[in-house]
Design a protein around this ligand. Structure first.
Ligand code: GRF
Length: 217
């Protein structure tokens, strides 16, 4: 049973999917603490409804990143977390924070990394004209959206898509793959080998593919 700390800044729909997967036994673990760097966000209400302790630690109250991250790390260590999950947490973590939880910080990003790191990535994918985008769960390293990839999901992108439509299409899959990644971690099935994450029990499927527009068009 792993102890999970979730860092949020917004609506917390991914937090909800993690809490639900813990309750359903799909993750062998429990969310023991939710920390938001922003007051009043809906994620905090979700935590309260789920009976999960939460705190607001506002980056604005600290002189620099080091001081803010030290406070975050202290709060998470006090709760004895095994895994830190970033779920819409809009801050870049310092190397010293990451050294406190080596190989134990995950993030979800709404694009197929390494394409489209950073912000506003759904619109960037539409503007680029890619036929597929998706979402990525990865371990966090010192870069922005650069850490070893655990799981990805793919959705089609259409030229007429609005940013909102693509966001919703991707978000539905985020809610499936983030709990899956955490579930694999909770079962001890993930190991990091340089840039690669090895998933114990993963078999190859030589026939799996997605084509957009479809060949039958
Ligand atoms: C998600 O799109 C996630 O990929 C990105 O931030 C968003 C958070 O949404 N990192 P929510 O707060 O989980 O609803």
């Amino acid at each position: 049973m792993i102890r999970i700390g979730v860092l949020v800044s917004g609506s917390g729909s991914n937090l909800q999917s993690i809490m639900d997967a813990c309750a359903a036994g799909e993750i062998d673990g429990t969310v023991v603490m939710v920390i938001s760097n922003v007051e009043g966000v809906y994620a905090l209400e979700r935590a309260e409804r789920g009976g999960i302790p939460s705190r607001v630690i506002s980056h604005a109250d600290y002189p620099d990143r080091e001081a803010f991250d030290a406070e975050l790390a202290k709060a998470l260590l006090e709760c004895r977390v095994d895994l830190v999950c970033l779920a819409g947490f809009m801050r870049v973590l310092t190397p010293s924070f990451l050294r406190t939880f080596p190989g134990r910080v995950m993030n979800i990003h709404p694009a197929l990394l390494p394409s489209f790191p950073g912000l506003h990535v759904r619109q960037k994918a539409i503007d680029y004209g890619v036929r597929f985008s998706g979402c990525t769960v990865h371990f966090v390293d010192e870069g922005v959206d650069t850490g070893p990839i655990i799981i990805q999901a793919v959705v089609p992108v259409y030229p007429q898509d609005t940013e909102e439509e693509l966001k919703e299409r991707i978000l539905r899959l985020e809610h499936r793959i983030y709990p899956k990644a955490i579930g694999l971690f909770s079962q001890g099935r993930l190991s990091i080998d340089g840039r690669r994450v090895v998933v114990r029990g993963l078999a190859k499927d030589e026939t799996a593919c997605l084509i957009n527009p479809p060949l039958g068009l």
